[in-house]
Structure formats: C-alpha cells, structure tokens
Write a protein that binds this ligand. Structure first.
Ligand code: G6Q
Length: 539
C-alpha cells in the first residue's frame, strides 16, 4: 500500500497551527483553569487518564491537531505497521528494509492477530517460555545439586537492557517469592564485578540477551560471567540461557540450557514485550504476570488505532508534544513519574524516544527543515523537586512536563502522619507542581516571581500493576511512533550510533597492537585516534 509520507511543513493544518501558536492559551490568566476545563480535557483508556487541561491548548488548537493527525494519516500508518508493512527504510537509499512488528508480541491471544506470521512466531516463543518456567517450578531444571534457581543475571545493553530492567524494577512488588534478578550491561568491568560479588552462582541463571549476537559489551560480559562460573567449578551449560535473533552468532542452542528467539522485525528499543524482556520477566513475575503485561500493551495498541485524537491517549500525547516542540518552540520534554517503581522508566524512554526520533533526514532521505525529536529527560518526583525543578519553574527555558502518577501505592504499606498518608503527600505534590507551573505567582521581588504559563500533562492510573505497566509502555511506544510518522522520519533505525562504535574499535586495535608489538605506533592506522589516546594518558 502507498503510505502518506509528507513532511510536516507540507500539511495544511500546519499553517493554522502556526497562526494559533502566535497566541497560545494562557494558563496563568485569571480564570484560565477550572473544573470544567479539567474535566473536559481528559483522554482515557486502558486504565489511564491523560489530563491535559494544563497544556497551552484550547478547542481550536485541538481541532487543528486533529486535522494534522488526519492529514498525516497517522493512525492509518500505525494500522499498516501492525499488519506488517515494511516501515523501517529510507526510500531510494541503502538502509534497513524491515517490517516493524513489536505489536505482534502482544496480540498473540487475539482470534485474528494483525500479522498472523509474526504473532505465530511470538506465540511459539511464549509456549517455549511457559514450558521452561514450568520445568523450573516442577524441579525438572535445577542446578547440579538438585536445588532450585533463585537468581538470574540478565546480560544485555541498550534495547536489550533498558526496557526490561525498567519493567522489572516497576513490578518488583509482584515478584515471585525467592526470585531476584540483577543486570549487567556496561562493559565497565566494575558493573559485572559488583553484581557477581553478591551472588551464589550455584543457584543463578544467566540470561544473555542480544538480538544481533555481536554486541561488544554483551559478548564481553558473557565471557566474563562464564569465566566466573568456570572458576567456581560450575558448568555454564546448566546455567546460561540465550535470547537472540535466529541465525545470529549466538544462535547456538548447544551452548545454552535454553535458547529463545526474537525476530528482525522487532527493534531493540521496542523489544521489551518479546523474549528480550519475556525470559527475565517470566522468571521474576511468573508466566501469568508476563501475560498480564502483554494484555495491557495490546489494549493500548488497539486504542492507538482510534482516529479521534480526544479518545486516543498515545496520539494526544504525541500531538501535544508536537504542538509544544514545533509550534511553541520548546526544545525538551521532562517525564517525571511520581512513583518510585518507575525509577528507570524515563531512562528507557530516553532511549526509545531519542534513538527513534533523533533524526535529521526524512523517509525519502532528504534533510527536514523543522525540529524532530526533543531531548527527553527526567527523574522520579518528589526527589526531582529537590533537585532540578528550580529550572523548570524559573529557568529561561520552558520545559513541558509529563507527570505520571498512581492513586494507590503498590505495597499498601503506608502511614498517617499529620493527617495524611504518604501516597497523598506524593500525589498532592504531583498536582501542585502541575498547577504551580501553569498558574505561577506574582511578586514584587523578581527572584520570587513565577512566570507560570508552563505546560504539563498529568498521566494518572489507579495502581501500577503488570497490566498497567504494559499499557504505559505501549502508550509511550505509540506516542514515539506517531511523532515519527508526523515528522516523516524513520523511527526504527539508529545509524547515528554506528560511527562512534567503528572508531572505538579502531582505538581498541591500538591497544591490542601495542600489546602484541612494543614498537607499534598506530600511525599507519589512525594517527588522530592515537594522538587523542596519548593526550588522554591512555597509552
Ligand atoms: C535499539 C538499538 C540498540 C540495541 C543494542 C543491543 O533499538 O538497536 O540499543 O538494542 O545495541 O543490541 P543487541 O541486542 O543486538 O545486542
């Protein structure tokens, strides 16, 4: 099918939005906020309410954003993506040339999934996972002393680490008793050393995750951990699992206790719901916990097809982001979860968003003349309030914020102090921040003046469960994909990470060259790298 692939600035709705952006809704004007506005500017679905009354929008802006969505054919593109259209490519140039089917890892329980083949493959891997977890539970798989495994080390980096780790931390509350996971990602030997120190390797599984099976950090860390097992007199073949692409150098089932696959149509940063996250999360949460996560994600993927932006949570987030970034000129976006469980979620989004949409050329390989992906950053509140909120409230840059909160805590272990429980203190702070940003405060003292009129969105749900974690993950994935469609960029490749990797390998050649030959000078190979290493005192 032919996709709508027009540049943002060619869409007629853009002119209207530019006009409207000259006089955006003034949040700090007396009477600008109120009950009616709060109640009507809500978009709900899959357990989440997106409250956007504190954005600088009115109905005219929302109508124009709806037009923008329609003109760019954004939901249609999402639909064909789910069906298996080749979306990961740059037309007319040498590029990746792949389908984008992370959504097929979660519509596996539908009667008619969007892409039968991909969902069939996902189903197959899920069945393998279910068997493996059952064998662990039934004591069919144990260590050599017949004991159950209590720990897992998840070895992977980038997309094979960030999302899965963020989800594990978010759902620690529903972890199976007696099971723990730790992570090694950095090639910094201290990362592995710190993790290995505290473990009883006899009772530890090692889950090595690499789609390509060639990533320097992961292969190095796998070898490092293998050597620790051998040193401890243990057979790695009884402890090591693999998650990799079919046919990759790691696709060698004889080396591993069990091997699981992910497929080339699933991008690393979109792979948390494939076996990349599945094996570790299945071990930690149990099979049913992982399935709940998939169901939340699937429900959000379905909502994302809704054309009416006021009923499509990820689309409304995407469009408000574009309004703030392209029309009001705000360069960054802060994602601030008021939930300790989401401590690494922003780090995951940082990758998912910035690696997807940090692009300068469009899907036809031409330079774009408008801003694409914003800088995304953040930390959980209320900790952030005591750190960088000064700039958000009074700095010269306006930083749109996405607050994420939950009405109830995960552990239900709370205390009443001075008339309120801690969860109320947390959430009162969340809403207060959003209001303070919007309304501001006048003062004769310029240093104590708050300009206000700073936009934010509040994303709220009842409690953070596996289902809601899945929905939240999918909401952000779809937001990112929608923005990429509207900017007409390819959100699924990552050429920008290649150059540094190539140069690092050249510098490594200098190290190994010197190790083999004391007279090696590096000059014939890469004198610039050699000179830089010398200046940095690394030779
Ligand atoms: C994600 C990127 C990247 C990737 C890592 C790990 O979209 O492609 O972060 O996930 O480089 O790659 P492997 O899984 O192949 O080891």
């Amino acid at each position: 099918m032919t996709l709508d692939m027009k540049n943002l600035d060619l869409l007629p709705a853009c002119n209207r939005l530019r006009e409207l952006a000259k006089r955006p809704y003034e949040l700090s004007r007396p009477g600008a906020l109120g009950r009616d506005r709060f109640l009507s500017f809500i978009c709900s679905g899959a357990g989440f309410d997106v409250l956007y009354g504190t954005q600088q929008v009115d109905e005219s802006v929302m109508d124009a954003l709806q037009k923008l969505a329609d003109e760019s054919g954004v939901t249609g593109q999402f639909k064909v993506m789910k069906q298996g259209e080749v979306m990961n490519r740059i037309h007319g140039f040498d590029s990746e040339n792949r389908k984008v089917l992370h959504t097929a890892t979660r519509d596996v329980f539908d009667e008619s999934p969007c892409n039968m083949e991909a969902s069939g493959q996902a189903k197959n891997e899920l069945a393998k996972l279910k068997d493996f977890l059952k064998d662990l539970d039934d004591g069919k798989i144990t260590n050599s002393d017949g004991e159950a495994f209590t720990d897992m080390i998840h070895v992977g980096i980038g997309g094979s680490d960030l999302g899965p780790r963020a989800i594990y931390l978010a759902l620690a509350v529903v972890r199976r008793p007696g099971r723990r996971v730790c992570f090694i990602s950095n090639v910094d030997p201290d990362d592995a050393a710190a993790v290995l120190q505290g473990l009883d390797l006899r009772k530890t599984l090692v889950n090595v995750v690499s789609k390509s099976g060639t990533t320097l950090e992961t292969l190095t860390n796998e070898e490092l951990v293998r050597s620790a097992f051998v040193k401890a007199g243990l057979d790695p073949g009884r402890h090591f699992l693999a998650v990799t692409g079919q046919g990759s150098p790691m696709d060698n089932p004889e080396k591993y206790l069990r091997s699981f696959y992910m497929f080339d149509y699933i991008g690393g940063r979109y792979s948390s719901t494939s076996m990349v996250g599945g094996v570790m999360l299945g071990f930690a949460l149990g099979y049913d916990g992982f399935v709940d996560l998939l169901q939340g994600a699937d429900d959000m993927d379905k909502l994302a097809e809704e054309k009416d932006i006021r009923n499509n949570p990820p689309l409304i987030l995407a469009l408000l982001g574009i309004w703030n970034h392209n029309f009001l000129g705000y360069e960054t976006v802060a994602v601030l979860p008021y939930s300790q469980a989401l401590i690494r979620f922003t780090a995951h989004l940082q990758q998912c968003d910035m690696e997807s949409n940090g692009k300068s050329c469009n899907r036809q390989g031409r330079a774009v003349e408008y801003s694409t992906g914003p800088i995304l950053w953040g930390e959980p509140g209320t900790n952030g309030q005591h750190a960088f909120y000064q700039l958000i409230h009074q700095g010269t840059a306006t930083v749109p914020v996405e607050f994420i909160g939950f009405r109830k805590s995960q552990y239900d272990d709370d205390i009443l102090i001075k008339g309120t429980i801690s969860q109320e203190k947390l959430n009162a702070n969340l809403l207060a921040q959003s209001l303070a940003l919007a309304v501001g405060k006048e003062s004769d003292n310029p240093n104590q003046r708050f300009s206000g009129n700073r936009p934010s969105t509040v994303i709220m749900a009842e409690r953070l469960t596996p289902y809601r974690m899945g929905a939240l993950l999918a909401m952000y994935e779809a937001k990112i994909v929608f923005q990429g469609f509207i900017w007409n960029i390819n959100s699924f490749d990552q050429e920008g990470v290649q150059l540094g990797k190539v140069l690092a390998n050249r510098l490594l050649d200098h190290y190994s060259g010197r190790r083999q030959d004391a007279k090696y000078s590096g000059e014939s190979k890469d004198s610039l790298g050699w000179a830089f290493m010398e200046a940095a005192g690394m030779l």
